[in-house]
Write a protein that binds this ligand. Structure first.
Ligand code: PEP
Ligand code: MN
Length: 337
């Protein structure tokens, strides 16, 4: 249930209505937008008669929210959320351009890619230090050493870093060192891990599970938000379908659908969706045209020799050409980077 207050309601009256709600054993979540104040009511509202609030002179209207997600719901927060990642904004008119290798392999590798990607216009550096691999015999990532390499490159190049957290064992070190903590597709419904993320101050990039519906995906964001961290960015990375030619199927419809359901920013990862480098450019351009708030793209200086996901990685020169085109599309849809 949400209670929309009349314009110019005083602070005193806002608190008075909040207290009325709390008397019913509910929690409140206050959103004060431009000219609009909304009190979101969290808890079991099924037995509450909205008329008791509607008669209040400060209340404009009371609406029941059907969806099981509240904090992530656009009804609770009508304006687009803009997430600040160590000074880089994602959401609203700001495009987040995340680029870098699938895995951190060496300092020299990440440095070269980061410098080139930044020159092209990337504003965040990615790189996996802990890798979720299908095979236990495949390269598992450099772990903490990889994280230190990312930090050293951030120091040198000046791009905030994005990397995947797989276990809450490393939560504190990630909170200290990582600008945007990625939760991978395979952990999207690791509810214990999601709850732990409420403890960190860093924003979270929540990738869509391999077979997750929109509602399941938003509910996972809700887990993080309900635990105390409201800075969540959603990332579509392709879903499993019957098609085997591509690694996954990129669901670009998620952009307008999520836009209507949630205020959280939406980033598209065409690399893991298609699994082929030549699919990245057209899908990235389509994503920005469809209103995405950002792109996560794997870039590698030597894809043929990459330890992970070389086939879907763009060479820095190709990434550069792509961003020139993305810049033009961004202008048309009212975004910038
Ligand atoms: C990745 O970004 O490197 C990754 C493993 O992605 P996903 O969780 O989407 O497969
Ligand atoms: Mn990858």
């Amino acid at each position: 249930m949400i209670i929309v207050l009349k314009p110019h309601t005083s602070e005193e009256n806002i608190h008075r209505v909040e207290n009325l709600v709390k008397k019913h054993g509910l929690d409140t979540h206050l959103v004060q937008g431009t000219g609009m104040t909304i009190i979101g009511c969290i808890g079991d509202t099924t037995l509450i008669d909205p008329r008791q609030f509607e008669i209040d002179t400060c209340v404009d209207k009371v609406m029941h929210v059907q969806e099981p997600y509240k904090l992530a719901n656009r009804a609770f927060h009508p304006e687009d959320s803009i997430i600040d990642v160590s000074g880089v904004k994602i959401g609203g008119e700001h495009l987040g351009l995340i680029a870098g290798p699938c895995s951190v392999e060496s300092y020299e590798q990440v440095l070269e890619i980061a410098q080139k990607a930044k020159t092209s216009g990337a504003n965040l550096l990615r790189g996996g230090a802990f890798k979720p691999r299908t095979s236990p015999y495949a390269f598992q990532g450099l772990g903490l050493e990889g994280l230190d390499i990312l930090c050293a490159v951030r120091e040198e190049v000046g791009l905030p870093i994005v990397t995947e957290l797989m276990s809450s064992k490393y939560l504190d070190v990630f909170n200290e060192k990582v600008d945007l903590i990625q939760i991978g597709a395979r952990n999207m419904q690791n509810f214990d891990l999601l709850k732990e993320l409420g403890r960190v101050d860093r924003p979270i990039l929540l990738k869509r599970g391999l077979n997750a519906t929109y509602e399941e995906w938003i509910m996972s964001a809700e887990y993080i938000m309900a635990s105390g961290n409201e800075n969540v960015i959603l990332c579509e990375r392709g879903i499993r379908t019957f098609e085997t030619f591509t690694r996954n199927t990129l669901d670009l419809q998620c952009i307008p659908v999520l836009r209507s359901k949630t205020h959280l920013p939406i980033v598209i990862d065409p690399s893991h969706a298609g699994g082929k480098w030549w699919l990245v450019e057209p899908m990235a351009k389509a994503a920005v045209a469809a209103g995405a708030d950002g792109l996560m793209i794997e870039v590698h200086n030597n894809p043929e020799a990459a330890l992970c996901d070389g086939a879907q990685s763009l060479k820095p020169e190709k990434y550069d050409v792509l961003l020139q085109q993305v810049r033009q599309i961004a202008e048309v849809v009212g975004k910038k980077f």
